[in-house]
Structure formats: C-alpha cells, structure tokens
Design a binder for this molecule. Structure first.
Ligand code: ZN
Length: 422
C-alpha cells in the first residue's frame, strides 16, 4: 500500500542520513563501518566519493525495509501500538502505558533502552459544548484548546463579536467588552495562522472578552474542529478558549456582516491538574569508534486526546525505532551512537525535548545530527532547520547525495528558503 511504501521511504532517508553523518568523522577514520567503504580523509571535497562508498550498505538497508522481511514492519508496529494504547495526552494514564509499551517492545527488539524523567503538564478536557442561541438554535462542534480554563458549571452565555484578524480586534476593541470573540481568520499556512490558536484568548481578554472561539487552523473541514496547545500571556486574565469549525466560523461571520446579533452559550469543564512524572524513552545502538558521539532520531509518544495519534506522532516514533531495528537486523555497527528518543509531552510545547536539552546541554558538541519526524510519514516534503538555512549551499549539495529512491523533490520548496524541501 502507498502508506506503507512511503513509511519505508522516509525510514530509508533517516537511515541514509545516519550513514552520512556516521561517515563524516570528527577525526580521520582508521576504518569505516564494519560493512563499510574505503577510509577517506575528512574533507568536504571527498564527501561525494565517501558517500558513494556506502551505496551498497544503503541498498542493503533499503532492500530490507522495502522488499525484505522488514517490509511493512513499521506499519504493523504502528497499528499494534495505536490499537493497543489509543490516545495518550500529556499527564494521562494512557501516556504512561505508551511509554511502558515502547520500553518493553524496543527492549525485546534487542536495543539498549532507558528512560529519562520529565515533569509534564496534566490538562483534562472535561465535558464541553457550544450552542448558537440567537439568531437561531444551532449546535457548534468545538474542541477546547490545551491549557484552557473551563467555564463556570452553567457555562457562559454572551453576545458574539466576529473578527477576521488581530488588527480588526484592536480596531473594534470597544465592542469586545463582555463578549465571546470569534476569530474567523483565513488560513494562510499552519506556521502563520496558528498564532490565532496560540494567542487568541489572551488578545481577546486584553479588550474585555469573556471567552474565545477560534476557527480551526486548517485549510479543509468536514465540520471538524481541531485542537492544539494555546498559551496564556502572563498578567492577562485567563478566559476559556476552544476551536470551532471553518463552517461555523464562516456562518457567524456572514450573520454578523448582515448586522444581526449573535448569542452563543459555551460550556467547558477543562481543568489543569498538578504536573505529573513522565519519561523520554531512549533506545540506542552504541557506536564502535566514537560511542560518545550521537546521531539522534526522534518522534513523540504523546498525542491529543481526541484521536489515536497515528500520524501525530505514532508514525514518527515508529520510523525512529525501525531505523535502529534495520541497522541491528543487518548486523551493522555504526561508528557513532545511533540514538532514538521518543519525546513525552511534545504537544504541550516540547516539554520532553526541553528537558532532554537541559540534561544534555553540557555535552552538545557530541550531537552530530538531531532529527524529528513530526509532519506525517508520507512523501517527504519538508526539512527545516535554522542551521540549514545558514548553510544553504552545503545543505543543497548534501541532499544531492541522497540515493534516487529518497531524493527530495524541490518543487515544493518555498522561494528563497532552502531549509524547506519537498
Ligand atoms: Zn506532533
């Protein structure tokens, strides 16, 4: 199936990147990978020749993943994991189960596994609903946003102010007092438009709003609200905030444009409980030549509570595991340590990754490459990194060395932003 094939393609790119980094030693190597190529001095001009020396090894890995006994394995692992554990929001019992599941599965797989402790937020959604009461009765599909406060038990009933942007909210600030502000911002891109989900509640609270309903951050909708994290600004009153569907945001905007009054009743049982103990799950294959140096692959184990988290980010977690499995299955020994980290509480603002950084920042120069897959495991379309943006030429050159099967397609690249490829 397409999905399975591309899982393996992305997986192969993980592995190939690992090989590249492994072959680019900090000191001239005495020998290369145990199945490896000829020794090469560590000069940029020799990278192409050195990479070519790994063609056979890369083919072995790709063949095992795409055509061999490991064919579809990462897909089966993903299906078993998500079917067994289900959703795994930060602080939940299910996230604990997910960590135990992966610890046990990767240990059984023969990898060297350990856990690193992290304190993580525990937000619970509770029951939630919204209804438009005036000018007519209509249920609104909503999803409260992570970290939102709840409403009083009887809900909040208030007139609605619909705006399309933060600028419009500022211009109409005097109309916002005591109202539920509905943001009907058009979708530009996730990176740009998500500001409304993250900061909409605080911006509306600054002008006296009692709650916010925010158009879901997506270009497509089948009356489907999205959730995600939001941030309250310090010193600003915390008001309940939820996403609504594109359809309902547009509906209320059209009604408002006609000068009609809109009244909505919003009820949310959301609460933030004390932080809980959790873990980043770490598995690795020690490098034979530079065990202290690390190539890190990652995905996150937590998800939101209203789905299975198969693509966000079960897929990223599984290919990060599978990469190590394939290297192990082939009996390859990397020069540097290949490490997979499955983050906890990524959706709450990268809490697990931040804690990992805090633990390891004294040792940063030993990390040669750090990758996270968290945009779905379909065809590759995005590689981004501030470091890559600074080193446009070498990055593009480097990508040209990838095997044809996993060559990125530059058509999707944003103009002038070499850090993005597709
Ligand atoms: Zn994610």
């Amino acid at each position: 199936m397409f999905r399975r094939a591309v899982l393996h393609i992305l997986l192969s790119s993980f592995l190939f990147l690992s090989l590249l980094s492994l072959s680019d030693c900090h000191v001239p190597p005495a020998r290369t990978m145990s199945h490896g190529a000829r020794p090469m001095p560590n000069k940029v001009s020799n990278i192409a020749a050195e990479v070519a020396g790994y063609t056979g090894v890369a083919k072995q890995i790709i063949d095992l993943a795409v055509f061999g006994v490991a064919q579809n394995r990462s897909y089966r692992r993903l299906a078993d994991f998500t079917d067994t554990v289900g959703n795994r929001v930060s602080g939940s019992h299910n996230l604990d189960r997910a960590i135990k599941y992966m610890y046990s599965a990767m240990t059984k797989d023969g990898l060297d596994v350990h856990l690193e402790p992290v304190k993580i937020p525990h937000w619970v959604r509770g029951k939630e609903s919204a209804e438009m009461i005036v000018p007519r009765a209509k249920n609104l599909a909503i999803l409260g946003l992570g970290s939102s406060v709840g409403t009083p038990p009887d809900g909040i009933q208030a007139e609605v102010l619909v705006v399309k942007s933060f600028e419009e909210l500022k211009q109409r600030a005097s109309d916002a007092e005591g109202k539920i502000v509905v943001f009907n911002q058009p979708f530009v891109s996730y990176g740009e438009t998500v500001a409304y989900r993250e900061y909409g509640a605080s911006e509306a609270a600054k002008v006296g709003a009692v709650a916010t309903l925010i158009r879901s951050i997506t270009p497509l909708s089948i009356n489907s609200p999205h959730t995600g994290w939001q941030d309250y600004q310090e010193g600003v009153k915390q008001i309940p905030t939820a996403c609504i569907t594109i359809e309902d945001a547009e509906l209320m905007w059209r009604i408002a444009q006609r000068g009609q009054k809109i009244v909505v009743k919003l009820t949310m049982g959301a609460r933030t409980l004390p932080d809980v103990d959790s873990f980043n799950t770490v598995a690795e294959i020690k490098g034979w030549q530079h065990p202290e140096q690390v190539v890190l692959l990652s995905g996150h184990l937590d998800s939101w509570d209203v789905g299975q988290g198969a693509m966000d980010d079960g897929g990223g977690a599984m290919i990060s595991w599978e990469a190590l499995s394939l290297i192990k299955d082939l009996g390859l020994r990397p020069r540097r340590t290949l490490r997979t980290v499955l983050w906890t509480a990524e959706e709450q603002g990268g809490i697990g990754a931040q804690q990992y950084y805090n633990f390891h920042k004294g040792n940063l120069s030993n990390f040669d490459l750090i990758m996270e897959s968290d945009m779905g495991t379909f065809r590759q379309w995005l590689c981004s990194s501030p470091a890559l943006t600074q080193q446009k030429r070498s990055w593009r050159k480097w990508l040209n060395y990838w095997p044809p099967l996993i060559q990125p397609n530059w058509r999707g690249a944003q103009k002038g932003r070499i850090s993005h490829c597709g």
